[in-house]
Ligand binder design. Sequence first.
Ligand code: NAD
Ligand code: MG
Length: 406
Amino acid sequence: MQQKAQKISILGATGSIGKSTIDVISRHPDLFSVFALTANNNIELLLQQAHLCSPEYVVIANPKQFQQAKKLFSEQQLKCEVLAGHEALVQVACAPDVDVVMAAIVGAAGLLPTLAAVKAGKKVLLANKESLVMSGDLFIQAANEYNAQLLPIDSEHNAIFQCLPADFKYGDLCSSGISKILLTGSGGPFLNTPIDDLHQVTPDQACAHPNWDMGRKISVDSATMMNKGLEFIEARWLFGLEATDIEVVLHPQSIIHSMVQYLDGSVIAQMGNPDMRTPIAHALAYPERIESGVPPLDFKQLADFSFTEPEIARYPNLELAMQASNAGQYATTTLNAANEVAVAAFLQGQIGFMQIAQVNNECLQQTSTHNLESIEAVLESDKTARRLSASIIDNLSRTELQKVGS
Ligand code: NAD
Ligand code: MG
């Protein structure tokens, strides 16, 4: 008997992960049908995607774009209903008809819709690592309570998931004979740049990742290695790990996407070309396998295959994230918010590349320990950290201007 196609909502459809998801599902129209596509502002791309995928709903998150979106969709006689605003993101994430939710909004804006999908007990494909970094324990508790199936899209976590034994129990490395999780990272575009030159690098240089084609926020995070820091926190929550269970290893070729080391000396690695369609296809089809469009790895072309340790002076954000992860939920929520504000300021030319870590550090230093026992408390803490980091950035910019003027 032929299986019914699974209905999917793609949150953040117009982004890098969203586009790769549409590429994969378009190869399997018998397996997937689209319930909803969402975007923040990009109506043009959303229109093109709607022509291709025939969704039942599209959501434009920015309410200011609603009238324009409605006009264009009706002019092109697209049958889908056009919704707007953040409430609508939540609605299409938890609608009863939806089987699968791709959570691919960037940043804290992804938290509430992703959590809504979790609380509706959906199969949630988690790309939006920030939601887990912000609300770790609450998020995992909700996934357990509402029986949501969480599948990691981040290539490293998807790799770890593939390398763990099928009967792996959350947080219990010992019973599975695991000694360590090796979280790999490329080191980004400035792996070999003299550290003294990092102050002057431009947003475009920071976004030119050597192996991966990604959105601008995560590209900057990869260059500072905050991305690996957020992934360190993400891995702890996804698999129930202690900080000492994880070792970060630099692997500039991005062919191995992470590894699991066992007590007997075996190391199981997941490999593939650096293309997010592989983890996306893996999670979409799990536990089956489907074709993703990614060319097979050609080992004869792999001249270099190297591994090193990340330098702390080059990647202060990595260290900060590890410290925050040990300090507790308030610290990772604060760091995530500060980093989003600092990265946006760097992309707008307001602060320098190395000042991203400075803002993050000052924001953490100026925030006192507090408990986060509800999502409301998480959102409040996020807001406070955003205000604080914005004022730290203003002070930094003023000091820079005074230096120029004197
Ligand atoms: P992107 O910037 O390319 O796309 C972001 C998407 O989110 C877009 O559709 C945009 O319209 C939407 N969006 C942005 N702000 C929004 C808001 N305020 N409200 C609602 N929607 C909003 O980002 P990306 O590179 O696709 O990354 C998406 C997520 O996936 C991030 O959390 C990132 O860390 C994670 N991720 C990405 C990659 C990658 O290769 N790109 C790899 C691993 C994890
Ligand atoms: Mg990753």
